[in-house]
Design a binder for this molecule. Structure first.
Ligand code: PEP
Ligand code: MG
Length: 850
């Protein structure tokens, strides 16, 4: 802009102090002043000038020189470009020397003046002179009789000590003190450990620091003096409350020092409070907090000092808040007209909703971490370790919380997973069986915990250091971070409703993208309904066969090698499917439900233990050897790329025909019973060629017309495909001619685009992310450059031939905010994810549309 900003600017209402130039604290102070709040006089040095201070270049102007000469005490405070990056500690009472000590002795009394002087010498010696704070505590102890310090003597001894240690007299010139203070904060900012620390908080390498010089409000004196920190809103739930600390006769952030006996802000049964000691100041603070809320359009935390009864504000920062507190605050700010609904929606990061939707480990709890894996399904869960699905069920029957610990999970574990409070596996990645199923159930889950060794036979877990835990030992999983903790730390339970419900309804007002739920069983459907989805975007029908009784029939179907046997199994499966669909359609009414025809990675259905093989042999009346031979026949080298999805539908068409019949008969029944019209969406998985679609479609159409005649009903339905192979994406123009909708199965599409096994990637994913090969696990947050490009190609080619085609996404990415934003941009109609993640998708979709 060509505008010249000064090296140092006096902070006054209306002063132009951009955060990049003078730091965030400078901007806050100006805002407080503009709102006419009581803030001590202050100046801000620019980021550029502070860089010069670090090189001992003091050529900048010092507009506070008059204040220095007039003998006023000053503080120097950090003002980083972004609050989140922190900054070096404040230096208080600059300007203190023997003369000023004598002046202050009159109003404060000798002892307080000496105490102030002593603390300044110590502080300056430590922060500027790099001496050891401990040495000054020893001096003070030496100068104490029966625990009562003689600060006068301590001042003399520490001045002598300083001179001994540094070979120079303690500086008494206030201007020199100020320059050195500025230099020391500037140098501290450039230190290696400070850089690493703020780098971890997201600061860029060239992050800048501004510095504030501010006149001191003493906080000590005869009468009510002190300092503290206050916020009038609950961090936990956003409700109005008073929360903070106060310490009489103190300065800076002394009240927050846990070694000092601070008072509470508001009345508290545990001890004295400012509200009782000095109610006028408490009320004044409350009033100022209200003004600050209006000035900043946010709930603020105030740093304050009381001087002879008057309240001064030194700083205001956004009030501390949990995920739940943040939503409640945003809703109330909008309800009070301070911000728009759009701004309220922008204030909350979609991911932080996880904190509201699942139990969390209390922030105050002690964390004893024993392992770390991939956080596959958020929330915290505590329980005793069990090593088999049966043990989990037994545990549930006893009413005992358990964590199911497996090397990896298979459909055989489903019932055990239902019984467990959390799942821990040694193998697998974000789209492995355990992860997908756990997310669907809303169960906390950690997968790929490669640093532990799980021995399910011996029912033991060996930790990295060699320690062994066994069945019954209590652990806690944190499915967000992937941490495994020993014992049972305090948990905070989720609470929906209230502000959360209001907030989500605002998200729905603004979003353009539909948000559906993935649901496989009637329980899932109930959950989806409770979360208020726009429909069901994926019913994985193979998951409907994981139930014990059904798994056997399913296995009989897979094992059948004659048409008769196969038909017998299908006859058993048809009513089961139909009943499930009836329940689903009844629940969802006219909302769209997209049912995917069977997509079984066959290996997931094969019995794996001898016991299971034996019981299958019994139920099929076959010799065990025959069962084993058949398993050998069916075993594929690469089942994820084998007879899956539509390939099974093409080679064993009667399965899809049975499913289509189940769907149509259910539709007829529910339409009749409820007097509504249902248009099911039937989805073909894993296609890669147009001809596959034609074959399946003609068979489904034939079943539909048969059912129409048999039951004398009119059926309306849509047939679509899943785009899960790169070829399907590239040939979307062909495929779209025959299909009403396309849904991107980004789990498989990611697997096949990278050539990266979704079940094995967990082993190296952490290293890949740590080394920056992938910015993030692509099974978790979509690879927009690669997979995203394929999706965009498919969308464009499909729209070109079929402008009315409906496009969705139903991989795990549907619950990831960055991926949802991409889907909005790419022009999809909806995303679908497990019901527990739909609030995240709804908020991300709203933010993308704003
Ligand atoms: C997918 O591949 O993204 C998908 C939704 O299907 P599944 O996870 O069942 O393979
Ligand atoms: Mg798939």
């Amino acid at each position: 802009s060509g505008q010249k900003y000064p090296d140092c600017i006096a902070l006054l209402p209306g002063a132009d102090v951009p955060c990049e130039l003078y730091g965030a604290r400078a901007a806050s102070i100006v805002d407080l002043m503009a709102a006419d709040l009581p803030v001590p006089k202050a100046w801000a040095f620019s980021v550029e000038t502070v860089r010069k201070f670090a090189r001992s270049d003091f050529s900048a102007e010092f507009p506070m020189a008059d204040a220095v000469r007039a003998g006023r005490l000053l503080s120097v405070r950090a003002s980083a470009q972004d609050r989140a990056w922190g900054g070096p500690e404040t230096l208080l009472n600059i300007g203190m020397n023997a003369d000023l000590r004598d002046v202050l002795a009159k109003p404060l009394g000798e002892n307080r003046a000496d105490a102030l002087y002593f603390r300044f010498i110590q502080d300056y010696a430590v922060k500027v002179g790099r001496l050891d704070a401990e040495d000054f505590e020893i001096i003070l102890e030496r100068c104490s009789r029966a625990g009562v310090p003689n600060f006068g003597a301590a001042v003399q001894q520490s001045l002598a000590f300083y001179e001994d240690e540094t070979d120079s007299a303690f500086p008494s010139d206030p201007e020199l003190q100020l320059r050195q203070a500025l230099r020391s904060l500037a140098v501290a900012w450039g230190g290696t450990s400070a850089k690493i620390l703020r780098g971890a908080l997201g600061a860029p390498t060239d992050a800048g620091l501004g510095l504030i010089v501010q006149e001191m409000v003493l906080g000590v004196g005869r009468g009510e003096f002190g300092s503290g920190v206050a916020q009038f809103v609950s961090a936990a739930n956003g409700e109005k409350t008073a929360f903070g600390r106060y310490l009489s006769q103190s300065q800076g952030r002394d009240a927050m020092d846990t070694s000092k006996k601070a008072q509470f802000l508001a009345k508290d049964p545990r001890g004295p409070s400012l509200e009782e000691i000095y109610p006028e100041a408490f009320e004044r603070l409350q009033e100022l907090s209200g003004f600050a809320r209006v000035a900043f359009c946010d709930d603020m935390q105030l740093e304050f000092t009381i001087e002879d009864g008057a309240v001064w504000l030194l700083d205001a920062i956004p009030a501390e808040r949990t995920g739940r507190g943040a939503v409640a605050m945003a809703v109330r700010l909008a309800a009070d007209g301070l911000i728009t609904r759009q701004a309220a929606l922008q204030k909350i990061s979609p991911k932080s909703l996880n904190e509201i939707l699942h139990p969390q480990i209390s922030a105050k709890a002690v964390r004893d971490r024993i392992a770390n894996g991939i956080g596959a399904s958020p929330g915290a869960a505590t329980g005793r370790m069990v090593f088999s699905a049966t043990a989990a069920q037994a545990s549930e029957a006893r009413g005992e919380a358990c964590i199911l610990v497996r090397v990896e999970t298979t459909p055989d574990d489903i019932r055990g997973m239902h019984s467990a409070n959390g799942i821990l596996t040694e193998r697998g990645g974000i789209t492995s069986h355990a992860a997908v199923v756990a997310r669907g159930m809303g169960l906390p889950c950690v997968v790929g915990a490669a640093d532990i060794d799980i021995d399910t036979r011996a029912r033991k877990v060996t930790l990295k250091g060699g320690e062994v835990l066994g069945e019954g030992d209590v652990i806690t999983l944190e499915g967000g971070t992937g941490d495994v903790l020993r014992g049972a730390p305090d948990l905070v339970q989720p609470e929906l409703g209230g502000a959360f419900t209001t907030f989500m309804s605002w998200a729905d007002e603004f979003r353009k993208l539909g948000v559906r739920g993935n649901a496989d069983t009637p329980e899932d459907f109930r959950m989806a309904q409770a979360f208020g989805v726009d429909g069901i975007g994926l019913v994985r029908t193979e998951h409907m066969f994981f139930d014990e009784g059904r798994l056997t029939v399913m296995r009989e179907l897979i094992f059948a090698d004659s048409d008769n046997d196969r038909q017998a199994a299908l006859n058993l499966l048809l009513p089961m499917q139909r009943d499930d669909f009836i329940e689903m359609f009844t629940m969802m009414g006219e909302l769209p439900v997209c049912i995917r025809l069977l997509d079984p990675p066959l290996h997931e259905f094969l019995p794996s233990t001898r016991e299971e093989m034996q019981s299958l042999a019994e139920s099929m009346g076959l010799p065990l050897s025959k069962v084993m031979t058949r398993i050998d026949d069916l075993t594929e080298f690469n089942p994820m790329l084998g007879t899956r999805g539509v390939r099974l539908g093409i080679t064993a068409p009667e399965i899809y025909e049975m499913q289509a019949r189940g769907i149509f008969e259910a539709v007829a029944k529910v339409q009749n019973a409820k007097g509504i019209s249902i248009k099911p969406e039937i989805m073909i998985p894993l296609v890669s060629a147009k001809r596959e679609v034609e074959l399946v479609k003609s068979r489904v159409d034939a079943v539909a017309s048969a059912v129409q005649t048999e039951l004398n009903v009119k059926l309306d339905y849509a047939i679509g495909v899943m785009v899960e192979t790169p070829r399907a994406a590239l040939r979307a123009g062909d495929i779209a001619q025959n299909t009403a909708f396309m849904s991107f199965g980004t789990n498989d599409l990611t697997q096949m685009t990278y050539g990266l096994s979704r079940d094995d990637a967990g082993r190296f994913m952490r290293d890949y992310v740590a080394l920056g090969v992938f910015p993030e696990d692509p099974f978790h947050s979509m690879d927009i450059d690669g997979v995203g490009e394929l999706i965009q190609i498919a969308v464009d080619r499909a729209h070109a031939v079929n402008p009315n085609i409906k496009m969705g996404l139903c991989g795990e990415h549907g619950g990831d905010s960055a991926s949802v934003a991409f889907c909005h941009e790419a022009g999809l109609d909806y995303v679908s994810c497990s019901p527990f993640r739909t609030p995240i998708a709804r908020l991300a979709a709203a933010q993308a549309a704003l």
